[in-house]
Design a protein around this ligand. Structure first.
Ligand code: ADP
Ligand code: MG
Length: 362
């Protein structure tokens, strides 16, 4: 079989990867981005937009866009956006089909199948809905693979084909969901021993908590009521996310929106956001993730010291507070050579190459 890609269809971002010789590599989209936001939106002229264009459209018209469709698959048949109820499977298919087209343009050959990843805890109806969406996008789902297994496989592949038998803990903190999984991994085989998670714990929840803090200060210091203005609140949530990402590598940042009309005329609200303030806001969310880590170790019947490899996955696992507390809880550091946003897609690409029969000895 030829033309099999790895596809990490995420709640927040979708990634495509491909095995180039011996190396799994990310396939960029038509904008050169390594991730495509999992967002669809209907433009003013009725055109269906996907990815960054849809994200921009959401700033211009918050009701026109659908975020996080993956959370709805297998649960809700339709979702309201762009002024009408629309099938969630079609929305998911639009995202996958764009990623397929972009991949074909980049790779220069036709892509007919994909290894598609889903959370280990996904139910059968959820898996079926993902498979259906992939089909509607014109792809065959060669395999539906568990995300933590893909992460563990990518790790084993990059760690000089790690052939040791070890317990791997995958800590996957994404945009909308959190998953902690314990696997037994050896070379190319992984067995999920236990998986725990929370479908309502992700980066967007931290953004929302930051927004409440910032909106409060906009009100008390500048007389601006962001809650009363859906455009301003959407913009502020976006700026909070950017500030959060800044704060993973810096100690302080600023959130500013110039030229707003306050009670006494035009104001230029600007508030500082320091790492301390951020960590106070993020702590309850990080604590919830760590409680799930303890729970998954318990249900796998192992202790923190049994964990032989810690794999970080998901953009929110870059938050320094999460890394610090996780390291304290497990007494070990995460594999440093891992890009948490990309590891699941890369693992899916390794699996895709195996299905194509291009890898020996795995
Ligand atoms: P998903 O699996 O849900 O598609 P991702 O793994 O792409 O999600 O993670 C997206 C989340 O990661 C977003 O909430 C984003 O704000 C967050 N994120 C990305 N980079 C960073 C960073 N450097 N620090 C903190 N959070 C980040
Ligand atoms: Mg993910």
């Amino acid at each position: 079989m030829r033309g099999v890609i790895g596809l990490d269809f995420g709640t927040t971002n979708t990634l495509c990867a491909w095995m180039d010789g011996d190396n799994p590599v990310i396939v960029p989209n038509d904008r050169g981005e390594r991730t495509t936001p999992s967002v669809v939106a209907v433009s003013d002229s009725g055109e269906l937009l996907v990815g960054s264009s849809a994200r921009n459209q959401a700033l211009a018209d918050p009701g026109s866009a659908l975020f996080g469709v993956k959370r709805l698959l297998g649960k809700d048949r339709t979702a309201d956006f762009g002024g009408a109820p629309r099938p969630t499977e079609d929305a998911a298919a639009a995202i996958i089909s764009k990623v397929k087209r972009d991949a074909e343009r980049f790779l220069g050959f036709e892509v007919d199948s994909a290894v598609v990843t889903v959370p280990a805890r996904f139910s059968d109806p959820q898996r079926r809905a993902v498979r259906a969406a992939v089909g509607k996008a014109g792809l065959r789902a060669a395999r539906i693979m568990n995300e933590p297994s893909a992460a563990a496989l990518a790790r084993a592949w990059s760690s000089v084909r790690d052939e040791q038998d070890r317990l791997v803990l995958v800590y996957d903190f994404g945009g909308g969901t959190f998953d902690a999984t314990v696997l037994r991994a050896r070379g190319g085989s992984c067995f999920v021993l236990s998986s725990e998670g929370d479908d309502a714990l992700g980066g967007i929840d931290i953004d929302a908590a930051m927004y409440r803090d910032v909106a409060g200060r906009f009100k008390s210091e500048f007389g601006i009521d962001a809650d009363a203005d859906p455009y301003l609140s959407r913009l502020l949530v976006d700026l909070c996310e950017k500030a959060k990402i800044e704060l993973s590598t810096r100690d302080e940042t600023v959130i500013a929106v110039p030229f707003l009309r306050g009670p006494d005329g035009i104001v230029h609200p600007s508030v500082k956001f320091g790492r301390d303030r951020f960590e106070r806001i993020a702590a309850p969310f990080v604590d919830r993730s760590l409680a799930l880590v303890r729970r998954v170790l318990g249900s796998a019947g192992v202790g923190p010291s049994d964990v032989g490899a810690l794999v970080l996955s998901g953009g929110s696992s870059r938050i320094p507070l999460a890394r610090r507390l996780l390291q304290e809880a497990l007494g070990r550091e995460a594999d440093p050579r891992v890009n948490p946003e990309e590891i699941v897609a890369l693992g899916a690409a390794v699996e895709a190459a195996r299905i194509e029969g291009r890898l020996q000895g795995l």
